[in-house]
Design a protein around this ligand. Sequence first.
Ligand SMILES: *Cc1c(COP(=O)(O)O)cnc(C)c1O
Length: 370
Amino acid sequence: MLLTPGPTPVPEFVRKAMSDVTIHHRTPEFEQIFKETRELLLEILDMPEAVMLASSGTGAMEACVTNLTFSKALTINSGKFGERFGKICEAHKIDFTEIKNEWNTPVCVEAVVEAVKNDSSIDALCIQICESAGGLRHPVEEIAAKVKAINPEIMIIADGITAVGVEKIDTTNIDALVTGSQKALMLPPGLAMIGLSNKAVAKIESKKVGYYFNLGTEIKKQRTNTTAWTAATTLTIGLREILAHIKNEIGFDNLYAKTALRAKATREALVAIGCEIYPQTPADAMTTIYSENAPAVRKILKTKYNVNIAGGQDHIKSLIFRINHMGLVEDFEAAWAVNAVELVYDELGLRAYDGTANRIFNETMFKGNK
Ligand SMILES: *Cc1c(COP(=O)(O)O)cnc(C)c1O
């Protein structure tokens, strides 16, 4: 049972759709597929423009930074992925300033407001919606609204790689919304997507930068249902399949509600057996538990109970474990996962097993408690 917060399992109907013969990307057949995919993508992103890139998510982060920062970026670092925005700036010699916090701590709204007020050269804000390193949710919408009130020209670049497909994101003040194929969209890695505001499109068109990651070139091509370079045809077919499935068989809002409830049920079940939630503001994409026993917990979960979850990175590598909620996770899978954690805690002598985790999960998930 793969319950890591990316990559997530690729559903069988998506694998089947992608198993057909490879078609040429410069054909009316593929243009039709691209058109349908693009329409679905614009809908889930809830943005006026979007591009798909044959790259992993980091490529889309880089494209947003280089195409939308002309003067100076403010980057929010509460984990590995926020840190990456700064590294991208460094690599491109783009001036930036960073607000750094411990990985369990969301950025303070006032700190962002102060930074923007005190430095008029800042023209882009780079932030994760869910910082996957610790599973925390930044108050992106509130920050975006406040920053726009100070200076509407500042581009809000939001990394939604573990937020798009998890929850409804208010894109009112967001200029670039980044996502990738292998997290909530349950596809193999290799496709990145960016939703863009009209202001972002205008800025991109005002000064074209880069070659492969030249968003101006891509926007122009993709508006005519083709791509600047060879399209990731198979992944595009997969994306159309998963988005159409979510829209027509589940409903976007139903998926978000279901994911939020399953995340809540998981958190409550684990807290009830003494687990400590790591982030101060947990995102619904994953549940992150702080535990000195994390490596042992993961090992027994995998070998004895067939539950494959993730650990941490860097300084909290062996201090957290993360359980995925993104994508089409079955309720019985999540119920089994919390039950297995309780069995492992018993085996490690941390707490005697009495079925509490499963009971609390079921009460929250199915009996509408609290
Ligand atoms: C996974 C992830 C990325 C990086 O994506 P790659 O596809 O590995 O390049 C970026 N941001 C967040 C928040 C992620 O979870």
